[in-house]
Design a binder for this molecule. Structure first.
Ligand code: GDP
Ligand code: ZN
Length: 326
């Protein structure tokens, strides 16, 4: 967990003069005009400018960054950023630091679930956020049969992915989804039309309102921002979704991805992003094997144990990577 604490374990005095040289907060929105920083112990958002020195040193601060603060004035809701702490990770699209987990949303039907798109999203976010495996969230369960759901689970759960099946319309599975968000900064990603907006709205109908508040803080419209934003789901809303502790959850939305925007690793490294192939690739006797055509390849020798669609997707992506890197 990177930086979102809900506990008031220290007195304000300790917090305001801790050993990092100041209060620590998390940037929840960045803009040319300044930063909105959430300070967990005071439980407030502060409008902050970065010290001139930071700009001179070329320190870039993005949403999700943990920063030390000085001159914190809770009454005026203001503070000054004095330094940026080391990042755990940095998502490139949208630009966002210290992501705890990515939830990949797809529809089961309307549009029909697409295995290749699913694997593209998995590989992309595994490369971007190496500290945790993406969670797969299949939406529109109200349109799906029990067999559909079983099939999806049977493909991805054995690979180690957490699978959650929900309906943003009927509310099925929403409690389980809400519980996954507790004390984390979660990024929701997925193709358009899968119901991501409906899902976020179901998690907290006030998210839209909150976006409005932030616009007013800066006196600028949302569309002028170049960076991402972290939105907080209200405790009340989380409670309503069956989260029983006093909890906090932050979410960020991502734009849909065009084919060219997915990250590819080097062709020979792709196999490590497919756990079902990787377990055979570790024992492959060739050090420069694509595991596609090579005689005596250990992956090919075990093909009957690999889901053919997953292997096809792997092979499509290796070829894409080869043409991209050549
Ligand atoms: P987004 O592009 O991913 O943000 O998708 P939207 O939230 O705009 O939803 C696309 C369409 O799917 C809309 O017509 C929604 O009403 C519908 N939709 C969203 N969630 C569900 C669901 O759980 N079940 C069904 N049947 N339709 C849904
Ligand atoms: Zn091989």
């Amino acid at each position: 967990m990177s930086g979102f604490s809900d506990s008031i374990s220290e007195s304000d005095e300790t917090v305001l003069s801790d050993k990092t040289g100041g209060t620590v907060g998390t940037v929840i929105r960045s803009h040319a005009g300044g930063y909105l920083v959430y300070q967990p112990e005071l439980d407030i958002n502060l409008l902050c400018q970065a010290r001139g020195r930071l700009k001179k040193e070329g320190v870039s601060i993005v949403t999700g960054d943990r920063v030390t603060l000085d001159d914190v004035d809770p009454e005026k809701g203001k503070g000054v950023i004095t330094s940026c702490l080391e990042r755990e990770n940095l998502l490139s699209r949208p630009l966002l630091a210290n992501v705890d987990q990515v939830i990949i949303v797809q529809a089961i039907h309307q549009p029909d679930w697409n295995a290749l798109v699913c694997d593209r999203y998995l590989v992309h976010f595994q490369l971007e956020v190496r500290s945790s495996l993406p969670v797969l969230c299949f939406n529109k369960s109200d349109l799906a049969s029990e067999d559909d759901k079983k099939t999806l689970r049977s493909i991805y759960e054995p690979l180690g992915y957490l699978v959650t099946i929900v309906s943003a319309i009927t509310g099925e599975g929403m409690d389980g989804l809400a519980n996954l968000l507790v004390s984390k900064a979660t990024v929701f990603a997925g193709p358009s039309g899968v119901g991501k907006s409906t899902l976020l709205n179901r998690l907290d109908p006030e998210l839209r309102l909150k976006i409005g508040v932030m616009e007013n803080d800066f006196g600028v419209g949302r569309h002028t921002t170049t960076s991402s934003e972290l939105y907080r789901i209200s405790k009340q809303q989380l409670k309503g979704l069956g989260v029983d502790e006093e909890s906090i959850a932050w979410i960020a939305d991502t734009p849909g991805f065009g084919l060219s925007e997915f990250k590819h690793p080097e062709p020979l490294d792709l196999v490590w992003q497919f756990p079902d192939l990787a377990k055979f690739a570790v024992d492959c006797k060739y050090s420069d094997c694509t595991h596609l055509v090579e005689q005596g390849c250990n992956v090919l020798a075990n093909l009957e144990q690999i889901d053919p669609t997953r292997f096809d997707n792997y092979s499509i992506m290796v070829k894409e990577s080869q043409s991209e890197k050549s």
